[in-house]
Design a protein around this ligand. Structure first.
Ligand code: PLP
Length: 357
């Protein structure tokens, strides 16, 4: 299998080897030490400010998106949601479900967020902002520094969904002033799905501490209290947390977060150069490093996905909803190489010879 989707992605051999082992009991000092180390690396790699904390939730990242909306906002807030695709829309739905007052800043698919558009909402009494830093459905990357400045000026609580951008695009939580960031195990962390991670800067911790949220599983106060002893309130996905530990150390051995970002940027650049020979056009006005969204000009997008999967053993990412037939996404995250890009391009060239694209 050769997997170019945006999650789950290809894992390293070391990470796969841990997945083949027995899963240990976890209420132990040994497991707590792993969890402390995971937290330390997460704070380091997100460049979170002094006093930040990280918690590990056993759920997909949508669970953490929901936990953050529930624990950090209430009916007294007014939240601006940047909605440029299906992940932005997910935040809109979460605000609806939890009755958080919000306004959606709607962007056309593939369009970046300009300063002009954002500042239409300046001095309008917003107290929170939700953004998917890489809107993975269209591969548009938003400018976290520009948004951070806006939030600072308006005293807005700033939440970054970095699920697919963490370790793929440059991110500095302290510099951009984000109060919360969210990511997940199956994107650039290149582990199986099942764990998502929430990093909270001091203002985020304060919001959680003062929250009156009613939930058992998504109570971040409880998660933070347990992480103080390297534990979780309930049985976590122990095996995946051990794989994450291996992966975080692997990134450290390879030069840290910036080196991983550079590796993925180079992987994306290599693909974008090679695909120019084929009948596709780029969709994103502001491409993220983790994924390239392309529009086939001579064939149906979903048919290309199926043929690559069924006849070549290569997975790329189809899109959902009204983008299904027109947009494909090729991921650059996980254990992929430039040679893998060539394999994909050769398969597409073969399809072209066969008249399929
Ligand atoms: C993958 C992703 C998520 C979370 O998806 P899950 O299926 O819940 O893991 C959220 N936001 C973005 C931007 C993503 O890319």
């Amino acid at each position: 299998m050769l997997n170019f989707t945006v999650g789950p992605v290809m894992s390293s051999e070391e990470v796969c080897a841990i997945g083949a082992e027995q899963v240990p009991y976890f209420r132990t000092a040994e497991f707590s030490a792993v969890m402390f180390e995971n937290e330390k690396y997460m704070i380091e790699y997100t460049k979170a400010p002094e006093g930040s904390r990280a918690v590990f939730m056993t759920c997909s990242s949508t669970g953490s998106m929901e936990a953050v909306v529930m624990n950090c906002f209430s009916k007294d807030d007014k939240v601006l949601v940047i909605n440029g695709g299906s992940f932005g829309h997910r935040f809109v739905e979460l605000c609806e479900i939890h009755k958080i007052p919000y306004v959606a800043l709607e962007l056309e698919y593939g369009k970046k967020l300009s300063k002009e558009r954002l500042y239409e909402y300046d001095n309008k009494g917003f107290t929170g902002l939700l953004v998917n830093v890489d809107e993975t459905s269209t591969a548009v990357l938003y400018d976290t520094m520009m948004i951070g400045e806006f939030c600072k000026k308006n005293n807005i609580f700033y939440v970054c969904d970095c699920v697919s951008s963490f370790l793929a695009d440059p991110y500095n939580m302290a510099e951009c002033g984000a109060d919360v960031m969210i990511t997940g195990s199956q994107k650039v962390l290149a582990c199986p799905p099942g764990i998502s991670i929430i990093v909270l800067a001091p203002k985020g911790l304060e919001r959680v501490a003062n929250s009156k949220v009613r939930t058992m599983y998504f109570d971040l106060k409880n998660a933070l209290k347990n992480q103080e002893r390297g534990q979780t309130p309930f049985t976590p996905a122990v095996g995946i947390l051990l794989q994450i530990n291996e992966r975080l150390k692997e990134i450290a051995r390879n030069g840290g977060a910036d080196a991983e970002v550079a590796r993925i940027a180079a992987q994306a650049e290599d693909f974008r150069r090679k695909i120019l020979e084929l009948p596709f056009v780029f969709v994103s006005e502001s491409p993220a490093n983790g994924v390239t969204s392309i529009h086939p000009t001579t064939a149906n997008a979903y048919d290309i996905f199926l043929t690559l999967k069924d006849e070549y053993g290569i997975w790329i990412c189809p899109n959902g909803g009204n983008m299904k037939d027109i947009i494909l996404r090729v991921g650059h995250i996980g254990a992929l190489t430039h040679e893998d890009n060539t394999t994909l391009i050769n398969a597409l060239k073969d399809m072209q010879k066969r008249g399929l694209i």
